[in-house]
Design a protein around this ligand. Sequence first.
Ligand code: PEP
Ligand code: MN
Length: 266
Amino acid sequence: METTAATDTFFTRKLAAKGQPLIFAGPCSAETEAQILTTAWALKDLGVDLFRSGIWKPRTRPGSFEGIGTVGLKWLQRVRTEVGIPVTVEVATPRHVEEALAHDVDVLWIGARTTVNPFAVQELADALAGTGVPVMVKNPVNPDVALWAGALERLERAGIRDLAAIHRGFSTFAPSRYRNAPTWQIAIELKTRFPHIPLICDPSHMGGKRDLILPIAQKALDLDYDGLIIETHPDPDHALSDAEQQVTPARLGEILGELKYRYRSS
Ligand code: PEP
Ligand code: MN
């Protein structure tokens, strides 16, 4: 494993400037230009650090909304230039990387259904090499720290140093109050292997329900996570994906106000 410390990255610079955990937010999926811009302006008022939006959605089963596609990247360009928040999208193929970068996307992320596949991760690492774009890697759907670590190692070996890890929880067959069980010790183990890589919690996909976002996010902050990524939609009940877990920007503001932050000196 290559262990070169990455001390000056998109994420560490933002953390140093803010002095507290980063907040990433935005809809599960881009649906319309109005939805994207309405959400982004509201999140700007909350001081959100990075605007998330799915453009290509890898769905577990066919027949549900699989993303608006390339046209949505033009809406995200307006978020960057008019609203002034950097943007991030999920990429699952080299073509997604090429299209996202052609539209000036600031940060890319690899989703849980892609992190499980070493060939797919390697193709992405090859496509990302030399681009300089920051990359976030979600945990794989299954509770396997080695697969998550392996994805980060493939990116590091391709020379990609601007990395963050997103903990979004793990599938279980057994009934659970969570959509994806946190199994916190897996993320803590990853952090011991990659202490230089910021760790972000995704309480939206862990909980799968609005009411679980606050307690999960608080637990992550108590464990000294470096940030949160929270799905936000102007009309969550009518969202085309992940309707039950998305919150309005107003509710996100309340959640951020209720969270207790520990003092961070670095
Ligand atoms: C998402 O972020 O909307 C998403 C599909 O997440 P995950 O890869 O964690 O399931
Ligand atoms: Mn989602």
